[in-house]
Structure formats: structure tokens, C-alpha cells
Design a protein around this ligand. Structure first.
Ligand SMILES: C[S@@+](CC[C@H](N)C(=O)[O-])C[C@H]1O[C@@H](n2cnc3c(N)ncnc32)[C@H](O)[C@@H]1O
Length: 322
């Protein structure tokens, strides 16, 4: 028998963070969800409502939401999905759309912080907004997502955000030096801008989507970034490029279109400065990047950020101006 701390679902994440910070969270067992409460397995007693029960050991299978699905779709439902705040986001093949309610309920039951599930119908339009179809839980797509010790609150159906870029954001934050001038050219709700501001960067964030401006400003505040460390410009970058200054570092994260903006933004980086450009390309294909940037730039690093389709990946290239 294992002791569990019982907390209301609304306090699940805070309780988990607290238990984790004092070493009390028993990670050999899974949390348990029942009637609006979460039970976190413990290594030792803490203050609060403690419930003794058989623990659910963590195994590869026990983490898989598909064990809770009807037999006929267990093997065809996708294993992979994203979690953004309290929302599970999953792509479903059309053949199993009729099972979307069962899939939503299995996702919610298997993931302690998840209260709703949405079918991902793809990222669309110039603002790269994800079309979502709610398949379980209460309506509404505003939620707060935690990443690298920061908080991002936004409506995921109105502004772009990808939890899959967390490691990439952390990587860039380690490269930034205090006082660096950074241009985040396609900033969205400002996840790159904010982690780079935390590392001492002076940020100019640009995005054309008015919803990006709304949530980016909220997130700068939520993460206590002083107003002196950033400016947000709501505009297409091509319309204001002439009013921008010189930068030590530029982030170009608009992967389906980044290459179209290279000629416009390369003059803005100082000699010795860096551009991080994100593109969808066949794996390890760098020729197009090298030819677009030209002889003035040296490729210092490239990596696959995540797979995008069977034949392509989201890649990042670090380009240094000589
Ligand atoms: C793939 S999202 C990246 C957002 C953000 N960097 C992130 O990691 O969450 C691309 C963003 O570029 C913005 N965008 C598209 N075209 C733009 C343009 N011409 N000028 C400025 N922003 C643009 C979209 O609104 C969208 O928020």
C-alpha cells in the first residue's frame, strides 16, 4: 500500500510542483484521478489529506492512454499527442473520428493535469493558428502552460504555440549574453522572447496576429519581464523592417515561410551576430539554406527539432555573419 496526497484537480499542478520540490513525489507510481480529485503517490507523509491505497506502478503500458480504449481501436489510435496546459491535443485519422469521445475520455483519465481534449485539424493561415475540435471536457481553449519554469497563458485556437519547441527555447536561452539585442521576428505569444529576456536579452518581438500581441503582453507580465527589456510590435515584419535597428541575434521561427524573409532580415544582424532560422525540410538538407544566406554567413550548427511528416522535419540552422 502506498500513501497518496489527495487534492482538488484545480490544485493538481501546484501540489505536484511542491511534492517534487521536497522529494516527496513517488515517481515509481502513477497519479490517480477520481471525482474531481487527483491522488499523488508519496515517498513520505506530508501535510494534507492522505489516502492509503494500492499504487499503480509506472510501466511503459500504464503510461499509454490506449489501454483505456475499446479493443477495436486500441491498436489504431495514435500513441502520440501534445499536452498544452490542461488540454490534450491529438491528430486522429478520419477512420476513427467516430471514437473521438472514447479517445478524449481515455486521454483525460490517463493524464492528471488534463481536463479537456481536442482534435488537431492542422495549423492554418498566415497566423499559423491551430484549428481545433473539442472532443471532451468543457468548451474554451484558454489555458496556462508551464515550460522551462515559465508560464504561457493563451488561447491555443487563436495564437500559435508548440510545446515541442521547449528544448529549443532552452538551448537559445543559454546562448544569449546579458544586454544582447534580440529580434524575435515571428514572435507569437512570445515564448522565445520571454526566455531570452530572462537571460538578459533586450527584445524586439514582432508578430502580425493581434491575438499574439494580446497574449504576448500578458505573458511578459506573467513572467515579470520589465517593460524596459522588451517592445512588441504588432505588424507584418516586412512592413516595419526599415524602422528596425541592428541586432546581435535574430530568431526566424515561421518554418513554412522563413526562407522568404532571409534577404529582408540578414542586413539587420551585426557582423559576428547570429540568426537562428527554423524551416521544414527533408532531414539534414542544408543546401537551400546555404545558398539563400550566401557567402557572408557560416553555418555553425544545424539540428532536427522534431519530425514534421514522413519525409520532412522541422530543422534549425544557426547562421553566423562574418
Ligand atoms: C510558427 S508561428 C511561431 C510563433 C512563435 N515564435 C512560437 O514559437 O510560438 C509563426 C508566427 O509568425 C506570425 N507571422 C506570420 N507572418 C508574419 C509576418 N509577415 N510578419 C510578422 N509575423 C508573422 C504568425 O502570426 C505566427 O504567430
Amino acid at each position: 500500500m502506498i500513501k497518496h496526497l489527495k487534492v482538488p484537480e484545480s490544485e493538481a499542478q501546484n501540489a505536484k510542483d511542491f511534492l517534487d520540490s521536497i522529494g516527496a513525489l513517488n515517481t515509481d507510481f502513477l497519479p490517480f484521478k477520481e471525482h474531481g480529485s487527483i491522488l499523488w503517490p508519496l515517498n513520505f507523509d506530508v501535510e494534507g489529506e492522505l489516502v492509503e491505497m494500492d499504487g499503480i506502478p509506472v510501466t511503459k503500458e500504464s503510461r499509454d492512454y490506449r489501454i483505456k480504449l475499446p479493443e477495436e481501436i486500441k491498436d489504431v489510435a495514435p500513441r502520440a499527442f501534445d499536452i498544452f496546459g490542461e488540454i490534450a491535443i491529438i491528430k486522429l485519422p478520419e477512420a476513427i473520428h467516430e471514437y473521438s469521445e472514447s479517445i478524449a475520455s481515455a486521454l483525460i483519465q490517463s493524464n492528471p493535469n488534463v481536463t479537456k481534449a481536442a482534435m488537431d485539424l492542422g495549423v492554418k493561415g498566415p497566423y499559423r493558428v491551430r484549428e481545433l475540435n473539442l472532443i471532451g471536457g468543457e468548451p474554451g481553449f484558454v489555458t496556462t502552460h508551464k515550460e522551462n519554469g515559465l508560464k504561457f497563458k493563451l488561447d491555443i485556437s487563436k495564437v500559435y504555440f508548440s510545446p515541442r519547441l521547449a528544448m529549443e527555447r532552452q538551448r537559445l536561452s543559454k546562448l544569449v549574453e546579458s544586454g544582447e539585442r534580440v529580434l524575435d521576428a515571428f514572435a507569437g505569444a512570445a515564448p522565445f522572447s520571454i526566455i531570452l529576456a530572462k537571460s538578459g536579452g533586450k527584445i524586439t518581438a514582432v508578430d502580425a496576429n493581434p491575438e499574439s500581441e494580446r497574449w504576448a503582453k500578458e505573458n511578459f507580465d506573467l513572467n515579470h519581464i520589465p517593460k524596459s527589456s522588451y517592445e512588441f510590435i504588432c505588424s507584418r515584419v516586412e512592413d516595419i523592417v526599415e524602422s528596425l535597428g541592428e541586432y546581435d541575434r535574430i530568431i526566424m521561427n515561421n518554418p513554412t515561410k522563413s526562407l522568404d524573409y532571409v534577404h529582408l532580415l540578414t542586413p539587420l544582424v551585426r557582423k559576428g551576430g547570429m540568426i537562428h532560422i527554423y524551416c521544414i525540410l527533408p532531414d539534414n538538407q542544408k543546401d537551400e539554406i546555404l545558398s539563400t544566406f550566401g557567402y557572408e554567413f557560416e553555418l555553425t550548427q544545424m539540428r532536427i527539432v522534431h519530425p514534421y511528416s514522413p519525409a520532412t522535419s522541422m530543422m534549425v540552422f544557426d547562421m553566423k555573419k562574418s
